[in-house]
Design a protein around this ligand. Sequence first.
Ligand code: FPP
Length: 239
Amino acid sequence: MSETSIPKHIAFIMDGNGRWAKGRGLPRAMGHRKGAEVLREVIRAGSRLGVSTMTFYCFSSENWKRPEDEVEGLMNLLRRYLKSDLAEFHSAGIRLKIIGDRAPLPEDIVQLIEQSEEQTADNEKMTVCMAISYGSRQEISSAAQALAIKVRDGVLSPQDITPEKIGEELYTAGIPDPDLLIRTSGETRISNFLLWQLAYSEMVFLDKYWPEFSKEDLWSAVEEYQRRDRRYGVALGTA
Ligand code: FPP
């Protein structure tokens, strides 16, 4: 692996917890629990590689439609995760950022999120971005609404609505776009994740479930990324 072209931002769709558990005759909740352990290991491995930002799809806006006990289990996992891992994140110099719609989240989780973000706000080693109650179309619609209000109030002209201005209204404002997206479980979809931000990202789809994902898989995905030729729509040899 080349040390010089490590992707600055890697995004993850952590898919397949349920199938992993089912294949072992375990409840789905066990898959999520194992998934949370893997998440922790991947953050450590990314930090060691020198990745600056890692974004994880933890809970989508569509996941609210899952059975109540599964949603409750995921909320409990998140609660425990934010409590137990905050100290480690903080001492490792990690800044935590949560993206998504907070309105449907339990009040105590919103408070935990605010505390975690506040406590780690000045950390500079790496940013860990957790997408919770997140949906990209909803994120883009909210950005459009925010811009429409500015136009209505006369503080922005319609012709000044540029890609940069839209980016500034997204949850990810100030965070560079992902260089690499990794999705596990063999599915090759984006599933309403970072639709705007992934415009030029390289994508690696892995045929194993998230609970089986290892730091070696992360290294292989980075090597695969380093073999790709990113051209951003510009002709071969000129980028
Ligand atoms: C997709 O697997 C995974 C999720 C919906 C949740 C991802 C959550 C974690 C990895 C745990 C860490 C999360 C927190 C909250 C700290 P799936 O359930 O869709 O699996 P399936 O497609 O096999 O059913």
